[in-house]
Design a protein around this ligand. Structure first.
Ligand SMILES: NC(=O)c1ccc[n+]([C@@H]2O[C@H](COP(=O)([O-])OP(=O)(O)OC[C@H]3O[C@@H](n4cnc5c(N)ncnc54)[C@H](O)[C@@H]3O)[C@@H](O)[C@H]2O)c1
Length: 397
């Protein structure tokens, strides 16, 4: 019989809404060994979380995540809060015997990520599972990219070229939200969006980054405080500002353990680019190229085709035998951003429901954290070459 996994979700804003949409949908489109039940939503403001529970479709709400993790009617804790609370909530939840799905980046520091891995490894011995929410892995075109590389269609992978480009803080008057504060977010563009392209490229190539040379920049160093923090008088004369304590842009060169070399760029200052996750991989037998702003398409160049027929082919990744697509619409009827989360919940329920570990694991997410830490340290030392130790080796030690 199908198991029921009762979910308790912390946070009800951007990711809370995206995850709710996915929890609502996943069992209606996929046939899975476990069914998600949207049991309890958690937030600190009672009236807002009550409203969110009704709007997003949760049965109950609470204002205290500590109460949430001890409840008998919750099996899974879904962490959708900023990075400064991931470690505390996830570790406590795992210790309380709850499966955990935690948003990315796993933590705000390597130390926190290591503690989360230790808790996950311990919990795993009792069959308690954990996963980090790198949803871009679940874009069908990205999963197809991985299949093509894994099956050898690109030959030896030589170049990884990745960029994650946004522009929402170009205006210097944009307020000092939590994503611009190191104590809340850990880092800026690097952890917010760079984390995604680190995970995505390691996922599709099957190679891990072993060393980096990094460069970071903060273009706007002082910003208006958000209205709640500023007070009306200070806002009126424009005097209430605070320092931006994270990077606005992070760039790095990388070597990967299968011999590939890579370039990475993460910025929220790419004027005109809204959510451009761009990846191109070049191998000895072909290339693939992807841009999330055209997420249903994958460009594939097959160098083994006759010379007169070579050229990039635009694959519309909507056939029912493309990854994740069997549950959706007829070919050519495209899907969107929210489907990546439905696919994430699909993979989570499939693994947990069949007693297996979902991926990406907390160890995979620690690997991303180690790369980000190396980029930060490298940037602080004039872009000095900085090695990245493999996360798996740490766990095995
Ligand atoms: N996978 C993705 O594509 C993606 C996209 C955006 C954000 N994220 C990640 O998701 C996480 C949340 O980001 P967001 O954009 O949803 O942020 P947000 O600001 O929109 O929402 C954060 C939520 O957490 C709540 N919160 C904060 N501290 C809390 C605490 N101590 N206890 C209970 N609730 C608390 C806030 O009230 C709010 O509801 C971050 O880790 C972020 O990096 C991932």
């Amino acid at each position: 019989m199908e198991k029921e996994l009762r979910v308790g979700m912390v946070g009800y804003a951007f990711m809370g809404a995206a995850h709710s949409q996915a929890w609502r949908t996943v069992n209606r489109v996929y046939d899975l060994p476990a069914r998600a039940r949207m049991s309890v939503i958690c937030g600190r403001d009672e009236s807002k979380v009550a409203e969110a529970a009704t709007r997003l479709g949760w049965e109950a709400y609470t204002t205290d995540w500590r109460e949430l993790i001890t409840r008998d009617d919750v099996d899974v804790i879904d962490v959708c809060t900023p990075g400064d609370s991931h470690a505390e909530i996830a570790i406590a939840a795992l210790e309380a015997g709850k499966h955990v799905l935690c948003e990315k980046p796993l933590a705000n520091s390597v130390e926190e990520a290591r503690a989360m891995v230790a808790a996950a490894v311990q919990a795993q011995t009792a069959g308690v599972r954990s996963m980090c929410g790198f949803n871009y892995r679940r874009v069908p075109a990205v999963a197809l990219m991985r299949q093509l590389i894994e099956s050898g269609r690109l030959g030896v992978v030589r170049h990884v070229r990745a960029a994650y480009l946004q522009d929402w803080i170009v205006d210097p008057q944009f307020p000092l939200v939590w994503r611009l504060q190191r104590d809340k977010a850990g880092s800026g563009a690097l952890g917010d969006i760079g984390a995604h392209i680190i995970d995505l490229t390691q996922f599709v190539t099957g190679q891990q980054i072993t060393g980096v040379s990094g460069l970071t920049e903060t273009f706007v160093k002082e910003r208006p405080l958000p209205s709640a923090a500023a007070g009306l008088a200070a806002l009126a004369d424009g005097s209430a500002t605070g320092p931006v304590t994270v990077d606005d842009a992070a760039l790095f060169l990388a070597r990967l353990d299968g011999g590939a070399v890579g370039t990475y760029e993460a910025t929220r200052f790419a004027t005109g680019r809204k959510n451009a996750v761009r990846v191109e991989i070049n191998g000895s037998l072909g290339s693939v190229a992807f841009d999330f702003e055209r997420m249903n398409e994958l460009e594939f160049y097959d160098a083994s085709a006759p010379g007169t027929e070579q050229g990039f082919t635009r694959i519309l990744v909507t056939e029912s035998d493309h990854p994740y697509m069997s549950a959706w619409w007829p070919p050519g009827h495209i899907i969107g951003y929210e489907h990546t989360f439905t696919h994430e919940m699909r993979d989570f329920l499939d693994a947990v429901g069949s007693g297996a570990d979902p991926t990406p694991s907390f160890v995979d997410a620690l690997q991303v954290q180690l790369v980000m830490d190396a980029v930060t340290r490298s940037a602080e030392q004039g872009s000095a070459w900085t090695e990245v130790a493999p996360a798996l080796a740490e766990v095995a030690a």
